[in-house]
Design a protein around this ligand. Structure first.
Ligand code: FES
Length: 100
């Protein structure tokens, strides 16, 4: 299976597998991103993709406007990793397991 690198600007790099869900990768070991609905509706997990592409497959990022998507905002909870990416502007968890 193809290994992909998720780079988070000024933070870290995480190894992932082609086809992994981005939110799962961000939170598996390091709890780097808030989440709530996990289906693209609440936008709490949003971050900006500055390099590479993700795939929403058949899901729709309902919580993002067209303009936000043009600016690079993505929803990791419905994003499938299909190659190396670089992201920024994560909405981090302040305390593990809580939403703030
Ligand atoms: S967790 Fe709600 S849009 Fe991602």
């Amino acid at each position: 299976m193809k290994t992909c690198i998720v780079s988070i600007v000024d933070q870290t790099e995480i190894k992932a597998q082609f086809g992994d869900n981005l939110l799962t990768v961000l939170n598996n070991q390091k709890n780097l991103s808030k989440s709530a609905c996990r289906n693209g509706n609440c936008r709490i997990c949003r971050c900006r993709l500055i390099l590479g592409v993700i795939n929403y497959q058949n899901k729709i990022p309902l919580a993002l406007s067209d303009k936000e998507q043009e600016q690079g905002w993505i929803l990791p909870c419905i994003s499938t990793i299909v190659g190396d990416i670089k992201i920024t502007d994560l909405n981090p968890l302040k305390t593990k397991g809580t939403l703030k």
